[in-house]
Design a protein around this ligand. Sequence first.
Ligand code: HEM
Ligand SMILES: N[C@@H](CC(=O)c1ccccc1NC=O)C(=O)O
Length: 421
Amino acid sequence: MDTAVEYAIPAYLKLEGRTWTATPSPRTTASSPTGLPLSRLSAPYYAPWEDLASDLPRLIQTGQIRPLIDNLPVLTTASLQSEPEWRRAYSVLGFLTHAYIWGGEKPQDPLLEISAHLGLPPCATYAALTLWNWTTFPEADVTNPDNLSLLTSFTGTKDEEWFIVISVAIEAKGARVVPLMLDAIAAATANDAPRLTALLCRFSDILEDLTVTLKRMYEKNDPNVFFHQLRPFLAGSKNMAAAGLPDGVFYDLGNGQGEWGQYSGGSNAQSSLIQTFDIFLGVNHSATGDVKPAGTGYIQEMRKYMPSPHRNFLQTLAKLTNTRRYILSSTDQSLKEAYNSAVLSLSSFRDAHIQIVSRYIIIPAKSRAPEQKTERVNLATASSQVKGLEDKNPTGLYGTGGTSLIPFLKETRDTTKAATC
Ligand code: HEM
Ligand SMILES: N[C@@H](CC(=O)c1ccccc1NC=O)C(=O)O
């Protein structure tokens, strides 16, 4: 296996500690694999959390999850030692939180502390559900979703597993692009147009390969299972009045104290990968997506739902990137062509994604739900019933992040395309 370059997240994190100006040797980010997400907190102290997490589908289906979570002891973070342990704790508590809210509210101090430690909000983000929630076997090619499996699941279905591991495989493949982009920035700085052209062509090839992996979503994730069984659990607590959470979720701090919070649900928009590509190519989505506070778009807002090192990486990359400026001022025709096809490969990725959203959300939302899942369906479509939003979106459908899906996704696709020169 191609060592740690293939592990998206470790590669990102390793880049954190570097200065990014010099051309890295292709293997500097690959020297030592950081390893897989921790599959279990080994300290017996945390067994109450792990035992519920490992049996989640059954406990949800049999209606036992709420009383069991109510009776959980309030554990402290004192026994969390390594960063992988903090991440595992975050992932497990993210699952328990959403299982409690949607499977039957009361996340306690540890989740607030753990999320503060990681620079994440106290809910099931993409990091909890995806980045820190998979495993594989020794020597496996982690860019192939067939080799990946899930640690914690809401439904216990293959469909849920496939939905998540497709993203993990994309992260792993996408990690290869990170050193490539840094090389490209260095090439632009050195006024080396032929090298920049070659790197942009490789960028396009990898992006096309990511689209192939994205389209594998259809293989083992049934749209009806996704929409009716899984998706309700991914929903957040923001704009969820119609689902019965007018004020969001109460975070109990104990001794009668607490506060209400509203958070977006989990979404791949909370992955730093695609945003890295946008920043590198100079695609600017700042006006895209209608979220408060005014002046910041949804894509920008979603950075708050990323682990803080990812957020910092994006910020630094935005300061460093010079490729688009360099290409615009260049007269080199093959460089411009290479840049345009890189941009178009990213907009094709977004096109394939829009088709997936039609298949997995728009179509199932129109069809009738299986009998026993009626209540779940209400939850699945609840965000579309939020008062005041219907008029803006005739399809009545919203992303887990609360955006009106298709118009928003088409806008990000069109903004991408518009970057061609
Ligand atoms: C069944 C599978 C999927 C469905 C139904 C789906 C649905 C959606 C929806 C509704 C949004 C709108 C905003 C939001 O809710 O955050 C969104 C955004 C997004 N999704 Fe997906 N998604 C799926 C899989 C993926 C995968 C595998 C990726 C992998 C990279 C991905 C990448 C993104 C990105 C980057 C955004 C932010 C918008 C953008 O940058 O264009 N999605 N997705
Ligand atoms: N925004 C999507 C959900 C989504 O993309 C997602 C949610 C949790 C974990 C990973 C996700 N994305 C991709 O595989 C939706 O509206 O259904």
